[in-house]
Design a protein around this ligand. Structure first.
Ligand SMILES: Cc1cc2nc3c(=O)[nH]c(=O)nc-3n(C[C@H](O)[C@H](O)[C@H](O)COP(=O)(O)OP(=O)(O)OC[C@H]3O[C@@H](n4cnc5c(N)ncnc54)[C@H](O)[C@@H]3O)c2cc1C
Length: 317
């Protein structure tokens, strides 16, 4: 079967990994590489993991799937020194109560190991679909791709709804946006490597030096609070940047220099869908992703695994 997979984040990489040996798979990804929201940005010899800072693997299925990556060292436990920060109170230490996983040497490298690079079309944004079951075509920013027997979308729910309209029904999913500052610090005297902040603006501050194998320098990732990001998403980026910098200063003696503000329109699911995945066997269309639950990467994996089980039955005919 000719199968198109839209998106090369965790969900698209897992689909490709399972389907590419028995089928002719094409993965269409709008950005420059795989990763999606398991993201790393490099600039001027610095690197920031500016999407999900970590993820958990609570189900035996996800744990088992990650075993090869853990054995090879491309997924590792992240054990930073953690502190909780308040503006006018003393900080206190915190501990993790379960493993928190990160990719090594960056968040997304292990996803590249799952996708055959010859099948990945990058900088290819899917705009819409035409045709019929068994004969689908995808219009993209630079070409017409197809024909495909099946099309599977792993883009965030609102984007999948747009691409697969009018076939994919409204899933009723809402995402919280995010504003993330990628900065560097010149002198850091604090005793923590990750700060969880009790603050109206700043949510988490993460020193990238707490992650083994990262590029040198002192990159810091600062995630803002969900409600603050919602209220300030469209405000000029420079204004948001200086408000975040001020907030960081009042939380700790962390001198920040250089900053790139990243706007996430779809960061984390707020209202999940009522269904774990979507498949329409008569149309030969499907969709999956983290929109199924509130567990981020783990929800994306579960949704994808369930779509694969449902799909198997139809791909055998
Ligand atoms: C700031 C932030 C913090 C987070 N914190 C956590 C956390 O602590 N723990 C956790 O588990 N998760 C967290 N997450 C969520 C986690 O990153 C996601 O749940 C997970 O990465 C989703 O994977 P996915 O493959 O389903 O979606 P994505 O990673 O979004 O992948 C979808 C892919 O589709 C591509 N795409 C979209 N539209 C098109 C199109 N039209 N054509 C072609 N390609 C397209 C995108 O570029 C993307 O690569 C966080 C995310 C963010 C942004």
């Amino acid at each position: 079967m000719n199968i198109a997979i839209i998106g090369a984040g965790l969900s698209g990489a897992v689909l490709s990994h399972h389907l590419q040996s028995d089928h002719s798979v094409t993965v269409l990804e709008k950005s420059r590489g795989a990763g999606g929201r398991l993201a790393t940005r490099r600039q001027d010899n610095l690197a920031w993991d500016h999407g999900a800072p970590y993820f958990t693997a609570r189900t035996p299925e996800f744990q088992q799937f990650l075993e090869p990556a853990r054995a090879s060292g491309s997924i590792v436990d992240w054990t930073p020194t953690i502190s909780t920060l308040h503006r006018h109170q003393k900080s206190y230490k915190r501990l993790w109560f379960e493993p928190h996983l990160i990719g090594q040497p960056n968040m997304k490298a292990w996803l590249n190991d799952l996708i055959n690079p010859n099948l990945l079309l990058t900088e290819t944004e899917v705009l819409g679909i035409t045709g019929a079951a068994g004969n689908w075509f995808l219009t993209t920013n630079n070409s017409l791709q197809g024909p495909f027997d099946w099309v599977l979308s792993t883009a965030p729910a609102p984007q999948s709804e747009g691409i697969l309209a009018p076939f994919l029904p409204e899933l009723g999913v809402t995402y919280a946006p995010g504003l993330t500052l990628l900065a560097t610090t010149t002198h850091h005297r604090a005793k923590w490597q990750m700060a969880i902040c009790n603050d109206p603006i700043v949510d988490q501050i993460i020193l990238m030096s707490s992650r083994f194998g990262r590029l040198p320098g002192n990159p810091v990732v600062i995630h803002t609070q969900r409600d603050w990001a919602k209220a300030h998403l469209e405000q000029p980026l420079d204004q948001s940047k200086s408000q975040i910098e001020q907030a960081v200063k009042s939380l700790d003696d962390l001198e920040i220099t250089q900053g790139i503000l990243h706007r996430w329109r779809y960061a984390k699911v707020e209202q999940p869908a009522a269904i774990p995945f979507w498949i329409e066997p008569d149309l030969q269309l499907g969709a999956c992703g983290d929109w199924f639950g509130l567990e981020g990467a783990e929800s994306a994996f579960t949704s994808t695994s369930r779509l694969l089980i449902a799909l198997k039955e139809h791909l055998m005919h």
